[in-house]
Every structure is written in C-alpha cells, then in structure tokens.
Design a protein around this ligand. Structure first.
Ligand SMILES: NC(=O)c1ccc[n+]([C@@H]2O[C@H](COP(=O)([O-])OP(=O)(O)OC[C@H]3O[C@@H](n4cnc5c(N)ncnc54)[C@H](OP(=O)(O)O)[C@@H]3O)[C@@H](O)[C@H]2O)c1
Length: 341
C-alpha cells in the first residue's frame, strides 16, 4: 500500500512523541505484542491518552477512548497512534472498528503494522470511510522501540541480541570451568543490566558448554518482569543431568550439530526476540552465520589473573552505537552498520 508522507508539523511530532513515551510504559509486559501509545487531540488540546499495558489487555486506542469517557464520536478530533490500528479479531475486537465509529477528522500513525493480518488493512478501511490518514510520523523511532516485533513480523525470525562479559584481557571464561570455579567477570550493576536484558527478551539461549561449565539458572532474579523462555542448544545428544535451568517452567532443548540446523527450531521457539548469553562458541556461531541484530559486550576494567576462553571476535560490520559505564564495567552496544529495519 502506498501513502503520501506529509511534512510533519512540530505539533504532530509532539503528540507522536507522547505516543512513543506512553508506548514504552508497556515494556516488559506486552509479551509478543508491540508497544503502542495513543493520544486524542481536539482543537490543538490534549483530550486523553492511553497505551497497551499488558498482553491480552486493551489496545492503546481503546485505552485512550476509555480514558476520554468513552465518547460516541470524535468528529472534530485527531487521533495519534504509534502503530496502524488492528483490523482483525484477536484477544480484543479490531481497533479499526472503534475508529470508524468515532469518525475523527484525521488519524496520524507512526508506522504501518507488518503483521500479515493488518499490513495496510486498517489504513485502507479508514481511508475508504473518508477518514484522512497520515502515516510515517516518527516511524524510525517507533521501529527502533519495537525492533523485536518488527524484526519478527517482517523477517519471520526473532531479533537476535548477543550478550557477553569479558575481562579487560579479552577472556570470557576459564578453560577448565566448573560451577564451583566459575570466572565471575562483571560487577553487581552489570549483573542487573544483564537481567534487565533478560526481561526485555522473550527467550534466552545458551550453548551446552555453558550448561556443563556453569550449571546456570537462566531465570530472572535481579530485575522484575517475566522470566524468558530458555533455549539450550546441544551440539550432541544432551547429557543426562539435573541441571538447574530445568527447574524453570519453560525450557526447550535443541540438539543440532550446527546453528544452521538448529535455526528452524530456535525460530519456532524463541518468540519475537532471543538473548544469546553464551558461551563463546555459541556466540561465534551466530556471528559467523551473520545472525545478529545487537551486541552487548560488557568489559570489566579490573585485571583478572590467568588465561582462558577468548571472547568472540566482533563481526566486521559491527558499528559501536553506545558506551555505557556501569560500576567497574563498561557496556559497549553494537548494531550492524547496515540495519535491516
Ligand atoms: N563471560 C560470559 O559472558 C559467559 C557467558 C556464558 C558462558 N561463559 C563461559 O563460556 C564457557 C563455555 O563456552 P564454550 O564456548 O566452551 O561453549 P558454549 O558456546 O557454551 O557451548 C557450545 C559447546 O558446548 C559443547 N557441547 C554441546 N553439546 C554438548 C554435549 N551434549 N556434550 C558435551 N559438550 C557439548 C560443544 O563443545 P565442543 O565443540 O568442544 O564439542 C559446543 O561447541 C564457560 O567457561 C562459561 O563459563 C561465559
């Protein structure tokens, strides 16, 4: 579907920015759904606002409409929404139907919804009913906020984030590791950072070597939210053992000799996003396959004695986006030089 993209006024950007701020409040709660915010404006005045708070609950448009006192119509008003209204029956009725009832004079959207059940249908129905629809206000910002959702819906695969901690000497673990002698690299603030990443992703993946060496729990302990689905990738048949990750409700063990072979099952089980936490061989397999969207590399500044397993080599196309000092650690965030969204 083709649209004309207007030159956005400062007013449009102001209200859409508010939509994005509202949308982000749904982070950690909306699950596989997108984060969406909505603002109702009439005569340049704010009337009400809402957002998608939790998976299965009201969409942003319905929340904003309820907060406005559930009017029967909104004919003089403009409705700002950060994502195209849905046009299908999911857990809630289609938001496009609500907008058609309200008949606003204008609808402003940040992005079209790449979900095949929507994908321009919401816009088409509104336009056919004579409602002016402008699309693309702060589109890039919205896609970035919802990069997990957009990646999954557009490319039919999870957003892949790699995260590792390395010593300032470039080591990620001991050569002969065991759960008792595990190399603890980063400090407490970086630990919280890592758990926040777990809360942001729908699944977490580790290789068999990490399970054998560290027997990690892989749940969410230092940040509130939902524990991610756990994926363990074994390159050979999984050894018998009462590993700690098995005490979690949701885990999947994948046995496949290569990442290429494991990938279909990872795609089927990971949801919108997977946080790959290690170890080095597993991370390197993702890098070699070119299957990564973001890297969080935590470097500890304190000297550690002895050698061990080297950190994965950063991909050639990695661009440093952000540097974040936390305690005795520094987080370096990388994204591909050429982004796919
Ligand atoms: N610093 C960090 O952020 C961080 C995070 C996680 C882990 N680590 C450390 O990374 C190290 C583990 O990394 P890694 O690169 O060795 O491995 P890994 O990437 O965790 O797991 C992949 C390797 O596990 C082995 N494996 C898979 N299935 C197996 C099975 N059924 N039986 C026996 N072995 C199996 C294979 O090793 P082979 O190819 O040799 O067969 C495979 O290549 C540990 O020392 C851990 O402490 C560090």
């Amino acid at each position: 579907m083709e649209f004309t993209i207007p030159n956005w006024s400062a007013e449009d950007e102001k209200w859409m920015r508010r939509c994005l701020i509202l949308a982000e409040k749904g982070k950690y709660q909306v699950g596989s759904n997108p984060m969406v915010g909505c603002v109702l404006v009439e005569g340049g005045q704010w009337i009400s606002e809402g957002y998608h708070k939790r998976f299965g609950e009201a969409h942003a448009e319905v929340d904003a409409w309820k907060n406005a006192g559930q009017p029967d119509s909104f004919e003089q008003g403009t409705i700002y929404v950060s994502l195209e209204p849905c046009s299908h029956h999911g857990k809630t009725p289609p938001c496009t139907d609500l907008l058609l009832r309200l008949r606003p004079s204008r609808v402003v959207l940040a992005s079209t919804d790449p979900d095949v059940r929507v994908s321009g249908n919401g816009i088409r129905r509104l336009s056919e009913a004579g409602i002016k629809v402008d699309v693309g206000c702060l589109d890039a910002e919205n896609r970035h906020l919802n990069r997990h959702y957009f990646t999954q819906r557009t490319h039919n695969r999870p957003f892949v984030a790699l995260k590792w901690a390395e010593t300032c000497g470039g080591m990620v673990g001991k050569s002969q590791a065991s759960p008792e002698s595990r190399l603890m690299i980063s400090g407490p603030q970086a630990l919280v950072y890592g758990h926040r990443l777990r809360a942001e992703h729908q699944s977490i993946l580790v290789g068999g070597g990490t399970v054998l060496a560290d027997n990690p729990q892989l749940n969410l302990r230092y940040f509130s939210g939902n524990s991610p689905q756990i994926l363990v990738w074994w390159t050979r048949s999984s050894p018998l053992g009462n590993y700690r990750f098995k005490s979690n409700a949701h885990f999947t063990e994948i046995t496949a000799a290569s990442l290429k072979q494991a990938w279909p099952e990872i795609t089927a089980s990971a949801g919108n996003s997977v946080l790959v936490e290690g170890g080095a061989k597993t991370q390197s397999a993702f890098i070699e396959m070119g299957m990564w969207d973001e890297i969080h590399r935590i470097v500890n500044q304190e000297p550690h004695k002895g050698g061990g397993i080297s950190a994965p080599r950063l991909p050639n196309n990695a661009a440093l986006i952000k540097t974040l000092p936390i305690g005795n650690d520094t987080v370096y965030i990388y994204r591909p030089k050429k982004q796919i969204l």
